[in-house]
Ligand binder design. Structure first.
Ligand code: ADP
Length: 261
């Protein structure tokens, strides 16, 4: 399953990434070219000489990190959406997530047995849980509590007045909450951008939530983020509930935009 997690990647996320990569790469090249020009012009002396070399090296390392991430994406395996109960994946990944978050973070799961089933590549759903758990862990460097909850949620047209992108209907909601740092509105506004990270060079890639967004969106769902500085963050992923009647019979399948049925 862990191998499946590494393999599980997303087409829409790749699409989202393309623009981000070009932009970020260009910025890094600008840094490298700028410092190279100044070095060649003999404008750098003393301490600034060392700073220039370091800036070039850092930009080069970051660029290499970007290409590695992209290569990981392009090695993706074929997606195999199937109908499953998210509670099962939460239970299956529990041990691994506990290991991932470390000893200082306690994990609680509150699973609604009637939450329902969804149709997604299960490896990708696991990837979503993993990315959200990593972010929760990073937001709680001195420890805290991570909570994973599932619920069945029915969204009606009235409640969705200002969400034209969301279809009314039954959803299975999976929420990952932490008691960590929370984020400012300025950070919150950018978290789904590929390569947006506040974690610093070598620590964050800024791809975690872009992938979550891509995976959930492509499966006909949506993502909501609630965060308060100093209090914590809750990320809710909504996936359309698939009604299953009888033994493995899908009575009402979800339409997945851009996906094959
Ligand atoms: P990365 O984890 O590599 O930085 P992500 O796309 O997963 O990339 O997250 C982007 C940014 O969103 C993070 O750098 C962080 O600033 C913010 N963020 C995401 N999840 C949380 C969280 N649970 N608590 C606080 N900030 C968060």
């Amino acid at each position: 399953l862990e191998e499946q997690f590494r393999q599980a990647q997303k087409m829409e996320a790749v699409g989202l990434l393309a623009s981000g990569v070009a932009h970020d790469f260009n910025n890094l090249l600008t840094v490298i070219n700028g410092y190279s020009e100044m070095l060649l012009a003999g404008m750098m002396t003393g301490k600034s000489l060392g700073d220039a070399y370091a800036a070039i090296r850092d930009a080069g390392e970051r660029a290499a990190g970007l290409t590695n991430q992209l290569l990981a994406f392009s090695r993706q395996s074929v997606l195999q959406p199937r109908v499953f109960d998210p509670n099962e994946i939460v239970a299956e990944t529990g041990k691994m997530l506990t290991r991932l978050i470390g000893e200082d973070v306690r994990m609680t799961t509150t699973l609604d047995p009637m939450a329902g089933r969804v149709k997604v590549d299960p490896g990708q759903f696991g990837q979503v849980l993993m990315n959200l758990a990593v972010n929760a862990r990073d937001a709680m460097p001195t420890g805290g509590r991570l909570t994973i909850e599932t619920h069945r949620v029915v969204l009606d047209a009235d409640g969705l007045m200002n969400r034209p992108d969301v279809h009314p209907g039954a959803y299975v909601m999976t929420a990952v909450s932490d008691t960590g740092s929370g984020m400012s509105d300025a950070v919150k506004a950018r978290i789904f951008e590929p390569f947006f990270t506040t974690k610093g060079v070598g620590k964050g890639t800024g791809l975690g939530l872009a992938m979550v967004f891509g995976i959930i969106k492509q499966s006909g769902g949506h993502v909501e983020v609630y965060s308060e500085l100093g209090i914590g963050t809750t990320v809710k992923v909504f996936l359309p509930a698939v009604e299953v009647r009888g033994e493995g019979t899908v009575a009402e399948t979800v339409r997945i935009p851009g996906g094959e049925e």
